[in-house]
Design a protein. Sequence first.
Lengths: 415, 415
Amino acid sequence: MTDRFEADYILETAMPVETAAATIAGEQSSGTFMAVPGETEALKARSAARVERIVDMGDVAGPALPGAARADAPHRRARITLSWPLGNTGISLPNILATVAGNLFELNCVAGLRLSDLRFPDALVAASPRPAFGVDGTRDLSGVQGRPLIGTIIKPSIGLTAGETAAMVDLLCAAGIDFIKDDELQADGSVCPFEDRVHAVMPVIKAHAERTGKKVMYAFNLTGEVDEMRARHDLVLQQGGTCVMASANSVGLTGMLALRRHAQLPIHLHRNGWGYLSRHPALGFDYTAWSKLWRLAGADHMHVNGLRNKFCESDESSLTSARSLLSPLSAGNPGITMPVFSSGQTALQAFDTWAALQSPDLIFAAGGGIMAHADGPAGGVRSLQDAWAAAMAGLTLEQAAKDSPALAAALRTYG
Amino acid sequence: MTDRFEADYILETAMPVETAAATIAGEQSSGTFMAVPGETEALKARSAARVERIVDMGDVAGPALPGAARADAPHRRARITLSWPLGNTGISLPNILATVAGNLFELNCVAGLRLSDLRFPDALVAASPRPAFGVDGTRDLSGVQGRPLIGTIIKPSIGLTAGETAAMVDLLCAAGIDFIKDDELQADGSVCPFEDRVHAVMPVIKAHAERTGKKVMYAFNLTGEVDEMRARHDLVLQQGGTCVMASANSVGLTGMLALRRHAQLPIHLHRNGWGYLSRHPALGFDYTAWSKLWRLAGADHMHVNGLRNKFCESDESSLTSARSLLSPLSAGNPGITMPVFSSGQTALQAFDTWAALQSPDLIFAAGGGIMAHADGPAGGVRSLQDAWAAAMAGLTLEQAAKDSPALAAALRTYG
């Protein structure tokens, strides 16, 4: 294998940037702290990481992270690009993660380090599972074409029984929803065991499907051990369900791959814990880099937060995340993952989201934006549908609200 | 299930601490941003997280993390303890992780949040896999009693062929080593495929075992997909190997559990990537908390760095990590995981490590501390054995060096 994969990092350091970049490259391949006799030129030629590019980004005030060498010296920020031979890892996402994000954040030449992007050779992309359903498969299963899926999440997050969950699903299906998901806290607790939930919810969804001809997609959170996830997936499939959900940071890439290789349904991947991986800007991961590993592993849907969300993430960050999911992994194997917008979303954000993204290929999930609508859940769903139709037709919110009582009510409630 | 599990966090916030703690508890259980009709008192009684304790820790200068509400207001730090009913998650480590470390680090009432400890009810500890070998099992398999295992890592980390690796193993076995591990970068690359490595290394180890009566423990890095890991484990077992290794952050808790439930050998768990989870002190995890999840999942050995290491971690941090691994998970089911000291370790640190820890139940791994010894690897291993024997006998380094040429040489080289 002569192909190489590349990682971009934003590095902050008080060392010469070239030195720090070379140290990282060495630590993550054939080098070590001390020169060892076995590190021959031939070995380096076949296995060493390379510093491909360094782009200076200017001075920074000081070390963003504690413990770095030369804390009092001037610090600089630079974008560095490293590459590794694919032969170091083979086609193995868990080992690629250990290579691009292993023991390097704690190097003491590092005063800040963030993995900002990854690029993979076609050989790796083609041989990885990638989304088995993605946009087209999700549209086929949900019967929603040409516009975002309007979604919601069962609330309270946890504590409802299976029967209470099914009653909520009945209400939401009657309201015209396209997509419903479990909360990430709701997997297989004693109040609402997974099997009970599937057996209670699916008859409701099927009854509405018989009425409307459209089967609402429900993402059942099957997060758990491998055998549990496989069994739960099989139950959902057997009961006519069309989606399963897992928590990425709980199952890990190895757990995700086991699920993907077994699953015959779209996998809705939840990113809970993303905050600990990303919230400090000089540490961890940009979503663009992190999400590519999960896309390669087969995530069909991934969360990106939403505009004017209730968390601390900026609109630009959410949009960058969504754009990255909608960008191809490689020319031959795009592996597009459907972005899921959520958190404080209402009909109002549909206009900005469309304006910024210019794509209908997303799941737009609202909780209070549906349930707290003045005309009830049906009004809430209608307001979201009308908002997206109007936005995609080039209308403003105010123009559209004149012809849509549901939108007008949303404007009064959420405006 | 009426048992509850508890998590301690160090919270920094500009909100009243009680308000922020209640927000986190709500977000991670039955609450949400907006009051929802289904959140009844009965539901809260069965499923809500509780704020158990708040201990004020004083003022902080300002928000450690960007994006928090009231960035210009005074900030305080507090240790908060939350608890959840075990019924919310069941006996499910992946779902417990989503509960204690899910969507809370990005809440905008949070200007800093670090998960510092976890406590689990006996019912959970007893029902989790826990280390299947731990200290006693590792001592039985390696034939090392009453002192630390002296270990090393194959270097260069990656690039050696299977044959070159076996030649290095031969040298190290002849030098008297107890434990050898693959680097976390070395799993199944094309230069040194996993199967080739096992087939090349195990005959060397077995030949030395026939000579000495003691089989060197080699931790083969089998990180990969579930089926790959199971097959690789079976090969190691069938070839007479006594340990396998996996990268925690690559395989995830679900991957680890799949390996543990299958494995008949100790699992040496590598923490590469720990830096992105921990390096900013106001974000992420303390090792004490994080490692408990992996101990419950069955890690027999875990890395803790070492004194005067080459990374940016303080000695006190490494020692706290080691002490936590050597502390019981519960009275009835201690689940002790053997700490692995490494990074820049030589005979010199043995004295400080013993003085601070007062336990021989660890793996003490050195690279340059063995290979760069003036008398070669045999001198390096001997210096580490002599150092630990002397330290445990209450001697100082200088005293012991008088009677040990290997220690005297180590003092000259590394002192």
